[in-house]
Design a protein around this ligand. Structure first.
Ligand SMILES: NC(=O)c1ccc[n+]([C@@H]2O[C@H](COP(=O)([O-])OP(=O)(O)OC[C@H]3O[C@@H](n4cnc5c(N)ncnc54)[C@H](OP(=O)(O)O)[C@@H]3O)[C@@H](O)[C@H]2O)c1
Length: 332
């Protein structure tokens, strides 16, 4: 495993981290979840990403149990707050009340005294940014949270948060967690340049396009049984990539991966890691073999001619519109 700084902070994270959205507490059984976490640890992954909302809070419990007994100092545990965790008006968003209640729930479920990174899972248009940032800063001072980050915030939202933090002396955001893959490059034109300048690192999600970039989904054919595209909660999110144009182009990446002696998943993960603003690629896995395949992308260098071949193949299937970075206009 290779390690990178999380943005300009002193925290080191594994280049490849393990995330448990849609898997722990839902798609996969607890035994398989534990095996995936054990495979991640065996392969040198130290960074684990979850959220209060995953599987209706069950994902944090599964991760907490799976990591039990591992030396806490050897792990970086990331979680998030924003999406609803209960039926009440205050069970969502980034108010002082919800953030404070949510971190207590997360720490209890994860069986830890602190999380290494606490992330605002989206921007909350209904809470003053100062209230959110002050609450995060208080959690840092209380030692419950070591670093603060955001997820899917626009460049403008990140810039405003950094300005407030600098003016008020609050702890600064060190990371952003956006979707980023060879197929989804919407952060490149605005967010990455700002974040490079400000020392904010990207911890990117769905680097394999939720499995699409493995090439296992064939154009004109039913998805393989047991894959995310057949899962009841996963199929809606993956749908944007499940069309014949994208799937045909992805098949044409196979010779590129083969020439490099890489699996398709390794090529996809290596692709996001070529961007120096990326601190870590968060991969998901429903089986331990996938973890073992995926980690081999760490440290792989892709030359300019390879990147050009990938661009030529994916062509107009690549999404680049910065306006695709969005949070709900009001709390969900
Ligand atoms: N901040 C956010 O809003 C946000 C949103 C989404 C995700 N995330 C984070 O990012 C993490 C990763 O997201 P993701 O799970 O969508 O990422 P991904 O790595 O692009 O997709 C993972 C899925 O692809 C399939 N797969 C992975 N490796 C494979 C391999 N070697 N061969 C074949 N299939 C393979 C598996 O699904 P099947 O086996 O079921 O097909 C696996 O669950 C999440 O767990 C979460 O921590 C954050």
């Amino acid at each position: 495993m290779e390690f990178r700084h999380l943005g300009r902070s002193g925290l080191m994270v594994s280049e490849i981290s393990y995330g448990n959205w849609l898997t722990h507490g839902s798609q996969v059984e607890e035994d398989a979840a534990k095996q995936c976490v054990q495979a991640a640890l065996d392969e040198g992954i130290t960074t684990f990403d979850t959220a209060d909302v995953y599987a209706g809070t069950k994902a944090e419990e599964v991760l907490g149990r799976a990591l039990k007994g591992v030396r806490r100092e050897s792990l970086e545990i990331f979680t998030k707050v924003y999406w609803p965790t209960g039926p009440g008006k205050n069970d969502r968003g980034l108010s002082r009340k919800h953030i404070t209640e949510s971190i207590h729930g997360s720490l209890r479920r994860l069986q830890t005294d602190y999380v290494d990174l606490y992330q605002a899972h989206r921007f909350d248009a209904e809470t003053p940014l100062e209230e959110t940032l002050k609450t995060f800063d208080d959690l840092v001072r209380q030692g419950k949270v070591l670093y603060v980050g955001v997820s899917e915030w626009t460049a403008d939202q990140i810039a405003r948060a950094l300005k407030i933090a600098d003016e008020m002396g609050f702890d600064r955001i060190v990371s952003n967690q956006p979707q980023y893959s060879a197929l989804w490059r919407v952060i490149e034109s605005e967010i990455v340049p700002l974040c490079e300048q400000e020392g904010v690192g990207q911890i990117v999600w769905s680097p394999i396009g939720q499995g699409v970039l493995t090439g296992k989904y064939l154009p004109g054919q039913q998805p393989p049984e047991g894959s995310r595209a057949t899962d009841k909660s996963g199929s809606a999110m993956i749908a944007r990539f499940m069309n014949d144009d994208v799937l045909t182009r992805v098949q044409e990446l196979k010779p590129i991966a083969a020439d490099l002696g890489l699996s398709m998943a390794q090529l996809a993960i290596a692709w996001v890691l070529q961007n120096p603003n990326v601190s870590s690629a968060i991969v998901g896995a429903s089986r331990p073999e996938q973890v073992r395949d995926n980690v081999k992308a760490a440290g792989v260098k892709l030359e300019a001619d390879v990147l050009k071949r990938i661009d030529d193949v994916l062509g107009s299937a690549v999404e680049r519109d910065p306006a695709k970075t969005q949070s709900p206009p009001s709390r969900p």
